[in-house]
Design a protein around this ligand. Structure first.
Ligand SMILES: C[C@H](CCC(=O)NCCS(=O)(=O)O)[C@H]1CC[C@H]2[C@@H]3[C@H](O)C[C@@H]4C[C@H](O)CC[C@]4(C)[C@H]3C[C@H](O)[C@]12C
Length: 324
């Protein structure tokens, strides 16, 4: 399972947890403006917006899981197994292979509004990257500082939904996730009143009882409710440290500990990494399952006019600050 969120204080923040049982070989990867993106059907994009995100680099190509571009537009792909559907190449459309979707949008669009125009032309094609890297079944959250949308390519075509929660997890399809929130509208960060019966003198016996009933399990529907509740009620200062810290706390609410989702044969789903990108400053912050210290890569410290990918291997080992 995975969870993604968009968050705004003074700056715009965008990130996700990536939950899986193994790593594909992830690297924080900067694609500078003049790296040529060779699309399978759309020719070569010689220049484009620079972007930074987590990717598996194969054959010198950045297979992004999520990224933000230098204009502050963010996009993340999350599993949508059993529902995602990509078609054949179609005439008169922008034919974009599923693994090319993030570069296609982030390379050309400065905002969600611009992306919406481009999306009208997109046909997501079922061409795999390679035999060893087959199609991933994903849906996407696309967000800037003003709005977020969810993009789902299913049998009936591409659907784009406004995402006022600014959160995405996995199944079921997005409209069902949003509808399910109706079941939780009684949740509150404030203490509850006794609405049960005026014949009983019920009272609160501890703090936090307003959110009694917030689902605590790891299912994608429960994580959606939890992340939305935590994010939408989140309060933080707007300095960089306070915002980044709060963002990691929001996604901490859906963190998956190894052992709690048993896939059999000794495999467990867990949060392999959590990231938070400052979309305004182009800084990618991350923690990994084994390293809770926040590590950062700033794309503006690199030559963004370059032509070659700039990958940073993840710092995976726990960094403990001994105070004595
Ligand atoms: C596994 C990742 C999604 C995590 C997630 O949503 N987990 C939930 C599991 S589930 O609901 O319980 O099944 C997805 C997100 C992005 C994906 C990667 C990106 O799409 C980039 C390439 C795309 C290639 O087609 C396959 C390899 C790959 C490198 C993908 C591997 C894998 O499918 C990734 C890493």
């Amino acid at each position: 399972m995975c969870t993604a969120a968009a968050y705004k204080t003074k700056d715009f923040y965008f990130g996700r947890t990536l939950d899986y049982e193994f790593s594909f070989g992830d690297q924080v990867t900067i694609t500078p403006r003049n790296y040529p993106f060779r699309f399978r059907f759309q020719g070569t994009m010689e220049t484009h917006y620079a972007m930074i995100g987590m990717a598996h680099v194969a054959d010198d190509y950045p297979l992004y899981y999520e990224a933000v571009n230098e204009k502050g537009l963010g996009m993340a792909g999350l599993n949508f197994v059993g529902n995602a559907h990509y078609g054949e190449k179609a005439d008169g459309k922008d034919n974009v292979a599923q693994f090319e979707f993030i570069p296609w949008i982030l390379g050309q669009c400065a905002s969600v509004k611009e992306a919406l125009r481009l999306l009208e032309q997109v046909n997501l094609v079922n061409t795999p990257f390679s035999e060893s890297l087959p199609l991933a079944q994903l849906h996407w959250i696309l967000a800037d500082r003003d709005e977020a949308v969810t993009v789902e390519s299913v049998l009936s075509g591409i659907h784009v939904y406004p995402n006022p929660a600014g959160v995405l997890t996995n199944n079921p399809p997005f409209p069902e996730q949003m509808f399910n929130l109706n079941n939780y509208m009684h949740l509150s960060p404030k203490d509850p009143e006794n609405c049960f019966s005026d014949k009983l003198s019920l009272k609160t016996y501890c703090r936090g009882m307003g959110a009694l009933g917030l689902p605590g399990d790891l299912s994608s529907q429960s994580r959606f409710v939890r992340a939305a509740f935590v994010k939408l009620n989140s309060v933080s200062g707007d300095s960089e440290e306070e915002s980044v810290s709060q963002f990691f706390h929001i996604l901490g609410s859906v963190d998956q500990q190894k052992g709690c989702s048993d896939l059999g044969n000794g495999n467990f789903e867990m949060t392999l990494y959590t990231c938070c990108c400052n979309g305004d400053k182009g800084i990618y912050y991350y923690t990994t399952y084994g390293n809770h210290q926040i590590t950062a890569v700033d794309m503006h410290r690199e030559d963004l006019e370059g032509t070659r990918l700039i990958p940073y291997p993840l710092v995976q080992k726990e960094q403990i600050l001994y105070q004595n």
